[in-house]
Design a protein around this ligand. Sequence first.
Ligand SMILES: [Ca+2]
Ligand SMILES: [Ca+2]
Ligand SMILES: [Ca+2]
Ligand SMILES: [Ca+2]
Length: 472
Amino acid sequence: MRALRAIGCFLDLRRKFSWKFVFWCSGLTFNTSKPNPVKGSMNYLNTLRRLAAELVGPIGNCGKPTNYFLILMTILLANPIAKAVTQVRFATYNVSLYGSSAGEVADRLAAGYNPQARCEAEIIQRVRPDVLLLNEIDYDPESRLAQIFQEKYLAVSQNVSASASGPAEPIRYPYRYLAPVNTGIPSGFDLDRNGKVSSEPGSREYGGDCWGFGQYPGQYGMVLLSKYPIDTESVRTFQKFLWKDMPGALLPDDAQTKTPGDWYAADALEKFRLSSKSHWDLPIQINGRTVHVLASHPTPPIFDGAEDRNGRRNHDEIRFWVDYIAADIASYIYDDCGTYGGLPTGECFVIMGDLNGDPHDGEGTAGISLLLTSPSIAQYLPPESTGGAEQARLQGGVNKNHLGSSRNDTLDGADDGPGNLRLDYVLPSKKLKVVASGVFWPDNTDRLFSLVGVYPFPSSDHRLVWVNVEVE
Ligand SMILES: [Ca+2]
Ligand SMILES: [Ca+2]
Ligand SMILES: [Ca+2]
Ligand SMILES: [Ca+2]
């Protein structure tokens, strides 16, 4: 009977206890703006006394050091996972680090003095994300470029801006994920329908016939850097998911024929991958909780014809996530290991990446609008900057006709072309509380502006976007 009551107490403690009381019991102090954890904990102390009495008999005075030790051990055994609230900064940054052949960027950066990479490293060091997705960084199977960028740039204090606040602190990410992408992988089909199948890397024609546009394998790859462990065993990739297997896929049509959705030849469609790079579900372990980073870089909805093949693919690449986070419609999705289904209900996630869609301006507004209104996504004011607004004003051109707020822009595009757009996103699930966000785009009077500059850019045409969320 005594044992049963003790088990009951254990369960009660597991349900009620917080890590704060453990600290209180141990006499350690801790810094928090939350209410004093001691208040309201007296009931728990009484529960503990009862538990201790059940286990070792009446002890009367709970103030003895040995009894506190017993209490602490009881809590730690019963409640091994601390329930702390952790504020985590998620960020996405298209670093535009690509070349004209495989290995070229790594060679360019190898010595540690590449000006573009130094500016980008300083931006990252100034913003200091905890979890960072890099878009447009070459994939190589040995991770050579990612390693060079981390060791020769991020881990080295940068001060290209000569900021009044002094050099930026180095930043290290113990965890990294990268994997193959579809860019630059030849399809063997004449996908751009220019009358020939190009199989020699290094030209736009070659890129046009690849599963994702790229002039060599690995161009425009992705890397995730994290201060928190990545559960690599549970990672799901969707590099090979076929476009035709998405119900209601917006397959482009050849208007010259009566058959719908036939812009691509039937044998090409049998193998056509939806993802232009890849789609990744990367579970990150944050103090005992799992947050899934859903990473991708859909194709730009331009560089095509009336058939709108890239616009349609961009839409469906974004729609993939809309479906993936909706358990009732995700059953058609399969990953590269052949496992079906989407994100299990109740899981936390953050969708990140250059999604190549602005909800208001440019081409490709429909896909991103669908995602932004998904009921599973946290609704919060879009990340903004004053520098973006300033540049749209100064640069003029098509920006004057844009409907969306220039404070939310993340791309400094050609002002006689698409103009400045909101393309880069960090979209947490609604279970994660958003507490702050921003776009790194300083005013031009700020010394840090020299890191982003104007065309031709010292770093990237995209701006880093960050969001702080509470993970508890
Ligand atoms: Ca071709
Ligand atoms: Ca047709
Ligand atoms: Ca511009
Ligand atoms: Ca704009």
